[in-house]
Structure formats: C-alpha cells, structure tokens
Design a protein around this ligand. Structure first.
Ligand code: ADP
Length: 526
C-alpha cells in the first residue's frame, strides 16, 4: 500500500469512528458497535464492524448475547431491551464510564437499523443506562434525524473506503503482475513503471518517471530497426487503433535486447481526448528461443539420422548387387563401415531417449563410494584400442580419495568427453586426463589440443542441441546432446562441469564430484 493510500484508508476509518461515536452519544449510549451490512446486505452475518468505547472481546460478547434476541430491520428499525446483569458484569469499559460505586448499573441495548434509499447500511447497537433515552430527549423525529445523518455520513465513508480498496487491488495487480506495465501521459512521459518492468529493463521506477518512454525502452521492430515515433504502440492506441500482441524488440539498461509482445491501450477524458497511455509488455525471448530450438532440433536430428542411414543404404546396395565382386578385405571394410554407422545411429537414439528422460526429471542414480582411477584407466584403454593414432596421457595422483558417484553414469560422462576430445581434434589427438583431489571434491579434467571453442559460445554448449559454430563449419557431425547429458549427470551428483578453451589451441573440460567423506548424499537420488 502506498503512503497516500494508507493515509486515505486511515482517514476514512477515522471518519467512521467519529460518525459511530457521535451517533451512539445521540442515542444516549455510552458505547456501541456498528455492524456494517455485507455484500448480501445482511448485517447479521457480517464480520466488519466499527467499535466505540468497547474492546474487541467485549464487542464479541455483546454481539453474541444478542444473537438470539430480536434484531431491528426495515419493518422495525429500533429495538430496545434490557441486558442481563451477568453480561453487564463482563463489560468493564462501560462500567468504568458510569463512575458507579461498585453496584452493577442497569443497562439496556438500543439497536438501530440504518439504511438509506440505496439500501441497508448496517445496524448500530448502543449500550446505555436504562432510561437514558429520556435524558437524551430523543423523540421519534430525533431518532429519524440521527439515522439519516448517520446513513449519509456512512455512505460517504464507505464510498471512500471502497475507493481505497479498489486502489489497493489495482496497485496489487500492478505490483505483482508478471507482465511489465508502464503508463504515460499524453506527452508520452512515463507515469508508472511496475516491478516486472524494472526486472525486465534494469531501470528503477524513480529513474524513469517523467522521461520520454521511447528513450527508456528504445523499441525496435523485429528486424532490429529503430521504431519511428509514428510506429509507437501508444500513439497508435491514442489514435484509436487496436494494438494487441505486437512483437517488438526493446533494449534494457545494460544494452541487452529482448523480444517482447506489446499491448497498448489508453484512457480518454470525458471529451474523448486520450490522457493516459498504458503499455503491457511480455518477455517472449524464451518462447522465441524455444521455437528456434525446436527447429534446430528437427534439422539436427534429421541430418544426424539421414547421414548414417544413407551410408548404410549405400553400402548395403553395393553388397547386394548380383555383379558385385569383392575381395574379403574390401568386403570386411564395407561391413565394418555399416557396423560403425549402425553404432552411431544407436548412440544417437540412446542419447535422444536419455535427454528426454532428463527433461522429464526421471534420471535415477545409484550412488556409492567410487574409485575414479581404475575407471579412468579403463576408459583410456578402450579409447586407445579404438583410436590407436591418438596419444592419451593420464596424470593421476597416487592416492586419489574415493568419491560418491554412480559408476555407470560417470563412465558415460568420461566416455562422452573423451569421444569429443578425439572428434574435435583435427589430425592426431593429444589428450591428457588429470585428476586433482581438493578439500571437498575431486576434479577430473580432460584436455585436448584440438580446434577449441569460440569464447562467446562456451557457456551455451552445455545446452540441448547447441553446437559451436566452428565445429559445424568443419562439418563434424553431432547432435549437441552429449554435453547436455554430461551436465545433467554431474549436477545430479551435486557437482559442476565447465570448459576452458582457446580457439585453435584446445579445450579442457572439467567436472567435480564430492569426496566420499564430505558427501551427505542419500544412496539413491532421483
Ligand atoms: P555433439 O558433439 O554431438 O555436437 P556435444 O553436446 O557433445 O554434442 O557437444 C556440443 C558442442 O560443443 C559440439 O558440437 C562442439 O561444438 C563443442 N565441443 C564439445 N567438445 C569439444 C571439444 N573437445 N573441442 C571443441 N569443441 C567441442
């Protein structure tokens, strides 16, 4: 709630208090409670009231005691009856006002139904000494006057209150909205700038209020050209056009650009002139990225599936020809190629399934204490057999502490990183695997002297289907899933994975795993 709203709400509450107090006094009462009619115009079931001269608990006692008694209504606006001495004994605030010398005073309640031509407003219950009506000299006419005044005052106070509530509701929507909202005056100067807008642009409301909104958002069209003032969504709304879900690019304070969907509307004066423009802005950068990812997915996967299928088909057709005469060596070479391509297909399908399992959150692991050295030695051995031309050096300390890990999954990570080191090293690969034991974790690094990765692409390559430009340009095949899977596995172990790389010089991929004695992991992690 803003300060001015709070002040207005306090003011209308004070106004109610004064009204209820003076009405209670006019009816000869000492204390009282005004129960506001609720939305169903039923004061009986309402829980909103204003107290005068009573504590909360006393008011609850008092109202409770009257539940079974006759209530005033449109047909019988005034009900007066005596209160039980047991109740009076409990109403300390009222007794204190009577200044009696210990004896319980005789009290009555006087309940007045308050309404105006617009409908019931509530019931005023007063507590007063028996016979005080006579002292107050209230005639039928006097009572009517009290009621009319009270009703008029109450109606005004209620209106003020409902206005404040409405403002609070709107302010909450404005503050909590996930969409950015800004409003401008007729000269396009910013009036309001909600927190979602602050998050999106990096500007704070107090920094932008009063500034020309174009200068703050620097809107561009989808092609990246600066939007002319005639293209301003708010000006278009001012001129009576419908602006809904228009796609624009805006520039944040730090220069970062966002694709947003913009809706503009305006408020007009009674003469029909636009006075305030409102812009709602939804960040759709992520949606656009996802769309791009989907189309990348389709092109990568179809390419990755088609290539091995074409090769297998080519060899199979040659081998199947009736006139094919192949010596055993040539036959073996072709069959070997068919086998390799089938393996590639198999791996791709496996990786796709793995990636969709990760996305569905279904990565199940069996974590036990694990000795990394023999695991790395075996992986290196397998690679040497498969790629005899590559040199693989291991740099493992003599006593490597065990880590907590799922053996099979970590084998997959090693395999993926070693395969990449070979794949992205043109010519002969020189690979080094290093292990270092730190205070809490063990770090495994796989270095190559291959093509490296451009700096700006290094952060992205762990995402699905992301491939660095230089590897695509070199026509090295891949689906961009291996590192995504590696990251999911390592992170599910509570570890980290990262890359350090220099273009044309080589890359080092490292991951960390928690040391056995430091890990607090359960045995099975989902
Ligand atoms: P894939 O190799 O199938 O494309 P990965 O997820 O394993 O998928 O790798 C993602 C991208 O990261 C690769 O396409 C490549 O651009 C880059 N990359 C991975 N490892 C290396 C490496 N050792 N050297 C250079 N680039 C690499």
């Amino acid at each position: 709630m803003s300060l001015s709203q709070q002040r207005r709400s306090e003011e209308s509450y004070d106004q109610m208090l004064i009204l209820v107090g003076s009405s209670v006094r006019l009816l000869g009462g000492l204390a009282g409670v005004f129960v506001l009619a609720n939305a169903a115009f039923d004061p009986q079931s309402s829980s909103e009231y204003t107290l005068y001269g009573l504590h909360e608990e006393e008011a609850a006692l008092f109202l409770n005691s009257m539940r079974e008694r006759p209530q005033p209504g449109p047909a019988r606006p005034l009900v007066v009856d005596a209160l039980a001495p047991t109740l009076v004994a409990q109403l300390e605030s009222v007794r204190a006002l009577l200044d009696e010398d210990g004896d319980l005073p005789a009290l009555e309640r006087c309940s007045l139904f308050v309404s105006d031509p617009a409908g019931p407003l509530g019931i005023l219950h007063c507590l007063r000494p028996v016979g005080s009506e006579v002292q107050a000299g209230l005639t039928e006419e006097g009572r009517h006057l009290v009621m009319t005044q009270l009703a008029a005052g109450l109606r005004a106070a209620l209106r003020a209150q409902s206005l404040v509530r409405e403002q609070q509701r709107l302010a909450a929507i404005f503050q909590q909205s996930a969409e950015g909202i800004l409003s401008v005056d007729s000269a396009l100067r910013i009036l309001d700038f909600n927190p979602a807008m602050e998050r999106l642009t990096g500007w704070r409301e107090h920094e932008v209020v009063g500034r020309f909104y174009f200068e703050v958002l620097r809107p561009k069209d989808r092609q990246g050209h600066d939007l002319g003032l005639q293209g301003s969504p708010i000006l278009q709304a001012f001129s009576g056009q419908h602006v809904r879900d228009r796609e624009l690019v805006i520039v944040a304070r730090d220069g970062q650009q966002f694709t947003v969907s913009v809706t503009a509307s305006c408020i007009t004066s009674p003469h029909g002139e636009p006075t305030i423009g409102i812009l709602t802005i939804r960040d759709i950068t992520r949606e656009r990225e996802q769309e791009e990812q989907r189309s990348t997915f389709i092109s990568v996967i179809s390419h990755e599936l088609q290539t091995p299928i074409a090769i297998i088909k080519g060899y199979a057709s040659t081998l199947a020809r009736s006139d094919a005469v192949l010596d055993p060596q040539a036959l073996r070479t072709r069959l070997k190629a068919v086998e390799e391509e089938a393996d590639r297909l198999n791996k791709l399908v496996g990786n796709l399934l793995y990636a969709s399992r990760i996305q569905a959150g279904g990565l199940q692991m069996d974590i036990t204490p694990l000795d990394l050295a023999p695991l790395i030695e075996r992986a290196a051995e397998r690679l040497r057999v498969k790629h005899p031309e590559a040199t693989i050096t291991l740099d493992l300390p003599a006593h490597l502490p065990p880590v907590m890990a799922d053996r099979e999954r970590i084998e997959e990570v090693l395999q993926n990183l070693l395969d990449n080191a070979i794949k992205y090293s043109p010519g002969k690969a020189h690979i080094t695997v290093t292990c270092r034991a730190m205070a809490d974790e063990v770090i495994v690094s796989i270095s190559d002297q291959g093509m490296g990765i451009p700096l700006r692409e290094q952060a992205g390559i762990f995402d699905r289907f992301q491939r660095a430009g230089n590897s695509k340009a070199s026509a090295i095949q891949g689906a961009g899933l291996g590192l995504y899977i590696c990251r999911a596995i390592v992170e599910a172990h509570g570890g980290r994975i990262w890359v350090e790389s220099t273009l044309h010089s080589g890359s080092t991929f490292s991951f960390s795993l928690l040391r056995e004695e430091k890990a607090q992991l359960p045995m099975v992690v989902f």
